[in-house]
Design a protein around this ligand. Structure first.
Ligand SMILES: [Zn+2]
Length: 291
């Protein structure tokens, strides 16, 4: 029986036991999906270095591109689905240079049992002695994050912490931060921007349906716990680089979003969009894309 350490996910605070041999390696939290570095002894996990995250994203983008290319060249959707996935991920791991940091192992969807991230789904997660009382569902490899590349002028963006709207972006005003009473320019009020917390980044896609202005889609992401929102005082797209994964909203975050929508939009913009209205009212705390 190998030694285990008790760690706490820095993303969602869930406790879990991990084999000590994974110290220094990357794992994916089975509960919230945050990618973390396993500490060498009991304690809280840490996020990977920015360059490691960048490499993961690069790999994910590359894998996705290859998959799309394979799909485009395949005759039927059925044959592409069975051949493109494993083939593309295998060639990605073969052709990519290894990262400089010695102990870090990368893994992506369909990861082998040899890498630290894949091991969560195949090995560690299946033994009840390695789980805490919280019900951890084992997952597969890391899902690529499809981050917005830039803030779209026609859309709106919202940042929530665990219970309120922290910031709001629209093309006309740029990033505005909630100073506790109202929204003020983020650039000129950088001191009121929270430096750490559990942040969600929302893209509200707007369009016309039956000639009416509506929210047509909402995408939800998790931001890094520290020094992510502070970037809104700088170049307005900078905050996008701090997105760590797709995420859902809690009940209090949904309520905060609802208050924000009531404040910033005519009721018809969100209330007449059945998917959005239903999502705000229902008990779905998992979906990260609503349309
Ligand atoms: Zn977590």
């Amino acid at each position: 029986m190998s030694e285990t350490i008790t760690v706490r996910c820095h993303g969602c605070r869930v406790g879990m036991k991990i084999k000590a041999e994974y110290a220094g390696k990357l794992r994916k939290c089975p509960k919230c999906g945050t990618i973390f570095v396993v500490p060498s002894q009991d304690g809280e996990t840490t996020p990977p270095a920015p360059e490691v995250l960048a490499e993961l994203r690069r790999q994910a983008a590359l894998a996705k591109k290859k998959e799309q290319e394979a799909e485009a060249s395949a005759g039927s959707p059925g044959s592409s689905a069975s051949s493109a996935g494993p083939a593309s991920s295998a060639s990605v791991s073969e052709t990519l240079p290894r990262p400089a940091a010695p102990k870090i192992t990368f893994g992506f969807g369909g990861a082998s049992s040899e890498n630290a991230i894949g091991a969560f789904g195949s090995g560690a997660g299946t033994s009840s002695s390695e789980e805490t009382s919280e019900d951890i569902q084992a997952e597969g490899g890391i899902q690529p994050v499809e981050r917005p590349k830039r803030l779209e002028p026609a859309y709106r963006y919202v940042i929530l912490d665990s219970e309120r709207m922290v910031a709001y972006w629209q093309n006309e005003t740029g990033w505005q931060v909630n100073d506790g009473v109202k929204l003020v320019s983020a650039r000129r009020n950088a001191q009121v921007i929270p430096k750490q917390g559990d942040f969600r980044f929302l893209e509200l896609q707007l369009g016309t349906v039956d000639e009416e202005f509506r929210i047509t889609k909402i995408r939800i992401f998790q931001l890094a716990r520290q020094y992510s929102v502070t970037k809104i005082a700088q170049e307005e797209n900078d905050v996008l680089s701090t997105i760590t994964r797709h995420a859902g909203l809690t009940r209090s975050q949904k309520n905060a979003l609802l208050q924000g929508l009531k404040k910033h939009f005519m009721r018809s913009v969100w209330a007449d969009s059945p998917a959005v209205y239903d999502y705000l009212m229902n008990e779905d705390f998992h979906s990260h894309e609503i349309s």
